[in-house]
Design a protein around this ligand. Structure first.
Ligand SMILES: C[S@@+](CC[C@H](N)C(=O)[O-])C[C@H]1O[C@@H](n2cnc3c(N)ncnc32)[C@H](O)[C@@H]1O
Length: 263
């Protein structure tokens, strides 16, 4: 399958306007919160050294990079996102949490240069599909990772049924917050639905990467990774995996144990 995407459409996602309301969606979306919980479980299973570098690509408002920084205060976290609006939100949260070990960098992943074997963990959540050449990014992740290092990757591989998702989000929020607050949140967050419809249109049109669990895992094994764990996530819309760059002789394990279900 050719994973190289065509040039962005005029109708592409407006990440800047998405940034302003992204965390509203995150707050009312139990499926997203489950992903953050799975990531925290993954992060607590790592076995890292002070100063190790944890990299996140397409890191958005920092819901994953800040978990990594919080779990591993002696390690360095590099949060990379092309959108300054997303990074502004992430910086605000970093200040509120008082975390000093995470750098937010505004850069397109296509131009990111890091030394080979300088990174211990790469995280990429709901962002690979939007990169112009996901396969090339996965190959570069492999180069940047030191032997024994891990990737946590989750990506929506199929267009979302936006009507069904709106119903799910509305019902779960109404049960927790009541009608009025939920209606207000939906009104404030209406741009989330607009941007998600654009994402779904780009997936249908083939300009965003589509995959199932097998083809997602294959993209990593083709780049040289060993896939240790994979499952679907985000109510079946996304594929999630943990992969590892093998070491010839694993002198120093970077995780207490191989990742096991449930993540
Ligand atoms: C749906 S958001 C996911 C954010 C975060 N990973 C999360 O799950 O909350 C996708 C992010 O990818 C970023 N992005 C898209 N294309 C990018 C590129 N070429 N380089 C870097 N970031 C990019 C967007 O700015 C956006 O913040």
């Amino acid at each position: 399958m050719n994973m190289k995407t065509s040039p962005r459409e005029l109708d592409g996602v407006d990440w800047r306007s998405y940034a302003a309301v992204y965390d509203l969606m995150a707050e009312i979306n139990p499926a997203y919160q489950e992903l953050v919980d799975a990531y925290r479980r993954f992060a607590t299973q790592l076995w890292l050294h002070p100063d190790d570098l944890l990299l996140e690509l397409g890191a958005g408002t920092g819901n994953f990079s800040l978990v990594a920084a919080d779990e591993w205060p002696k390690c360095r976290v590099l949060h990379v996102d092309a959108n300054e609006g997303m990074n502004d939100q992430a910086r605000r949260k970093r200040e509120a949490l008082g975390l000093t070990n995470v750098e937010m960098r505004t850069q397109d992943v296509a131009t990111l240069e890091l030394p080979d074997e300088s990174v211990t963990v790469v995280t990429v959540v709901h962002a690979l599909y939007a990169f112009p050449d996901p396969a090339a990014v996965i190959r570069r992740m492999f180069r940047w990772l030191r032997p024994g290092g891990s990737v946590f990757a989750c990506d929506p591989g199929r267009p979302l049924d936006m009507t069904e998702w709106a119903r799910y989000l509305f019902q779960s929020s109404r049960a927790e917050r009541g009608w009025l607050r939920t209606a207000w949140l939906f009104w404030r967050g209406r741009d989330v639905a607009r941007q998600n419809r654009r994402i779904a249109r780009s997936q249908v049109a083939g300009s965003y990467w589509r995959h199932d669990a097998q083809s997602f895992a294959r993209a990593f094994t083709d780049a040289g990774f060993e896939v240790e764990f994979s499952r679907t996530a985000y109510r079946g819309a996304s594929d999630l995996l943990v992969a590892r760059k093998a070491v010839a002789t694993a002198a120093v394990p970077l995780r207490r144990q191989a990742v096991e279900a449930p993540l």
